[in-house]
Design a protein around this ligand. Structure first.
Ligand code: NAD
Ligand code: MG
Length: 402
């Protein structure tokens, strides 16, 4: 009988958080909730805390605390309410916690994910931005503490499953796994894979968020449309699997059934297939090394009929090219890429800039010599400082074009 995991779910009200709780509810014998966090949707957080008997909740500020208490059912004892960004990191490192689901969106998720890694937890990493902004620091923390790092992003989870089955797979590697030639990262191509290029200027946030295969939060949905998401994932794969850029290939696969592949020296390619439902990857991380029920239905290959693969067109997806360039330039450029993108996507989602201006804003920030001069930050503060400077610059560019 496996020991019961006591979970801290950072970002429990988001798309990944909700899917995680769905899997948790299927396994009361092996999974329990210790802490939940949310930044908005505080009433939903209260409902989750009741349903899963959370001992701790983390909210951003006084107003959210008051909303949480108001939403709490009378006569039931309140969980401990912790507050503010520091509480996210402290709770991730709490001795009561055995596993942390890092599912906050954006660089805001970095301090909590890093604290979990430093504290030697089982880290279920959905928050790819943490690795983009601080890959070297994060992987070093995993190595130093002996944390167990399980990728939740579907592509990286697929690759993890297809890599050689050594016993220390969940410890941060410092070189590519033996016998592996390349990682093949699949991408759906998003909602605009076939849209006429001259129409892209006019697309709306709702069109950009209407992903053909996956239901996700709005930021990652826009990133999938621009394929900046795949760029972040190349950087994520580079750090997770110690793989150089030239050995990571992006392949468009519109059906999102092959979640990614590993190519070996002997010509074999191993793939992981499944429904486009994040609960498979989440259940893999929660149950590891056992396989547990995720609630995901069967994949009927005969009904699917065919699987297609294409090369991405970098003219259609300039954000992918910018990401690959940033990885080549170094960590400072990756921090800039990520922060500028967060600001630009927010600007697009709120009608301040057009869809096609997202790559322009990122490119202008990357051109600034101050941002690209940081090569390898040695502390979290240094990362957050460049992140904040880039956000100010990107906000200025958004204002000047709107
Ligand atoms: P989401 O927008 O649905 O949820 C984000 C969660 O983070 C919410 O609980 C929100 O309250 C919290 N949050 C937002 N801003 C915060 C802040 N400043 N401080 C603290 N908490 C904050 O996002 P999502 O789609 O669930 O994605 C979460 C992460 O997982 C992202 O990094 C994304 O790239 C990654 N991911 C998501 C999917 C998916 O299918 N949704 C797949 C792969 C990877
Ligand atoms: Mg992904």
């Amino acid at each position: 009988m496996p020991a019961v995991q006591r979970l801290c779910i950072l970002g429990s009200t988001g798309s990944i958080g909700v899917s995680t709780l769905d899997v948790v509810a299927r396994h009361p014998d092996r999974l329990s909730v210790y802490a939940l966090s949310a930044h908005s949707r505080i009433e939903a957080l209260a409902a989750q805390a009741v349903r899963h008997q959370a001992r701790v909740v983390i909210v951003p500020d006084d107003a959210a605390r008051a909303r949480f208490i108001a939403a709490w059912p009378a006569g039931r004892s309140l969980p401990e309410i912790r507050q503010g960004a520091q509480a996210l990191a402290d709770t991730a490192a709490d001795p009561e916690v055995t596993a942390v689901m890092a599912a906050i969106v954006g660089a805001a998720g970095l301090p909590g994910a890093l604290a979990a890694a430093r504290a030697g937890k089982r880290v279920l990493l959905a928050n790819k931005e943490a690795l983009v902004a601080a890959g070297a620091l994060f992987m070093q923390a995993v190595r130093d503490s002996g944390a167990e790092l399980l990728p939740i992003d579907s592509e990286h989870n697929a690759i993890f499953q297809c890599l050689p089955q050594s016993t220390d797979r969940a410890r941060a590697p410092d070189r590519p796994a033996p016998g592996v030639r390349r990682l093949l990262l699949t991408a759906s191509g998003g909602p605009f894979r076939c849209t006429a290029l001259d129409q892209l200027e006019h697309v709306t946030p709702d069109q950009a968020c209407a992903h053909p295969n996956w239901r996700m939060g709005r930021k990652i949905s826009v990133d999938s449309a621009t394929m900046l998401n795949k760029g972040l994932e190349v950087i994520e794969a580079h750090w997770l699997f110690a793989m150089p850029l030239e050995r990571i290939q992006v392949v468009i696969h519109p059906q999102s059934v092959v979640h990614s592949m590993v190519e070996y020296a002997d010509g074999s390619i191993l793939a992981q297939l499944g429904q486009p439902d994040m609960r498979t990857a989440i259940a893999y991380g929660l149950g590891y090394p056992d396989r547990i029920d995720s609630g995901v239905g069967l994949l009927e290959l005969t009904r699917l009929g065919r699987l297609d693969f294409e090369t991405p067109d970098l003219r259609r997806f300039p954000c992918l090219r910018l990401s690959l360039d940033a990885l080549e330039k170094g960590q400072g450029a990756c921090i800039t890429l990520n922060a500028a993108n967060e600001v630009a996507v927010d600007g697009f989602l709120h009608g301040r800039i057009r869809y096609t201006q997202i790559p322009d804003i990122i490119a202008r920030c990357l051109d600034d010599s101050a941002t690209s001069s940081v090569r390898m930050p040695t502390s979290l503060d240094e990362v957050l400082d460049l992140d904040a400077r880039t956000r100010r610059m990107a906000s200025g560019f958004c204002e000047s074009v709107s």
